[in-house]
Write a protein that binds this ligand. Structure first.
Ligand SMILES: NC(=O)c1ccc[n+]([C@@H]2O[C@H](COP(=O)([O-])OP(=O)(O)OC[C@H]3O[C@@H](n4cnc5c(N)ncnc54)[C@H](OP(=O)(O)O)[C@@H]3O)[C@@H](O)[C@H]2O)c1
Length: 241
């Protein structure tokens, strides 16, 4: 199996795409998968849902707090792959931009990406990789999406930059389209199913993505020793419609 004996850390791994990545890494033979996010309850629940005693571990971590990120990697030690899926996103028209919201969003993706690279890279073994999750908003902008678009574009640039600076560690960006995750509970509430069905119908794939779709792509980036500085779009063709 592709990740036989490998150790994988998924920051944001207690929900949505990150949880899908954690589950897929275990299925691909990883010897240990560590899921990290802020909420202790979510961390414990995710470890239980992974149903892999002795191979799945959780560590409560706020990826925007340098001490937390340093402590995470000190606790984990040597690792083969780090995947970042954490995000706390706010949408607002630029005319209504609230600085606190802006900083929360920027910190959750851009600052987190920088801190995970700073403290994660020294722990990565030969052949290791860092994957930063970006998103379709940067290629297919929507009104109100300035913060999200900025973060995703910034992370894609950061992945290319870090691929050069940290080589031979590989650094890539994974750009999801619209994916059915818990993120949409907050955006659409009770209308989630209808909203996602409507968006999915307009996609070339005629459906929205699942965490498994993105997990397959994340595994490809972890396992592909000749892929670095790349942005992998997994969006059902959403950029084209
Ligand atoms: N779903 C989509 O349609 C879609 C589309 C394009 C791009 N994306 C991108 O894909 C990534 C994953 O999205 P998702 O849909 O899987 O989101 P999700 O289900 O909301 O999961 C987000 C995860 O991040 C964690 N998190 C948030 N802030 C954190 C912080 N400061 N430190 C550590 N963990 C933190 C959350 O747990 P805690 O609350 O416990 O911290 C949660 O585990 C994000 O980067 C998102 O922008 C998603």
């Amino acid at each position: 199996m592709g990740l036989d004996g490998k150790r994988v850390v998924v920051v944001g791994g207690t929900s949505g795409i990150g949880f899908g990545v954690a589950r897929a890494a275990l299925a691909a033979g990883a010897s240990e998968v560590v899921v990290a996010s802020r909420s202790r309850e979510r961390v414990a629940a995710a470890v239980a849902r992974l149903e892999a005693p002795g191979r799945a571990r959780g560590i409560a971590t706020d990826a925007t707090v340098e001490g937390d990120v340093a402590a995470l990697f000190a606790a984990v030690g040597e690792v083969d792959h780090v995947v970042m899926t954490c995000a706390e996103l706010r949408w607002q028209p630029i005319a209504e931009l609230a600085v606190d919201d802006a900083m929360a969003t920027l910190r959750s993706k851009l600052l987190a990406g920088l801190l995970l690279a700073k403290h994660g890279a020294p722990r990565l073994r030969a052949g290791g990789s860092l994957t930063l999750t970006t998103g379709v908003a940067t290629d297919r902008p929507n009104a109100g999406g300035a913060l999200v678009s900025l973060c995703n574009g910034g992370l894609e640039g950061l992945a290319r930059q870090l691929a050069v600076e940290l080589a031979p560690i590989r650094v890539n960006a994974l750009s999801p389209g619209i994916v059915d995750t818990e993120l949409w509970d907050g955006i659409a509430g009770d209308e989630k199913a209808a909203r996602l069905a409507g968006i999915g119908g307009r996609m070339l794939a005629r459906r929205v993505g699942s965490p498994d779709d993105l997990a397959r792509a994340a595994l490809f980036l972890m396992e592909s020793g000749f892929v670095t500085g790349e942005t992998l779009h997994v969006d059902g063709g959403y950029r084209l419609v």
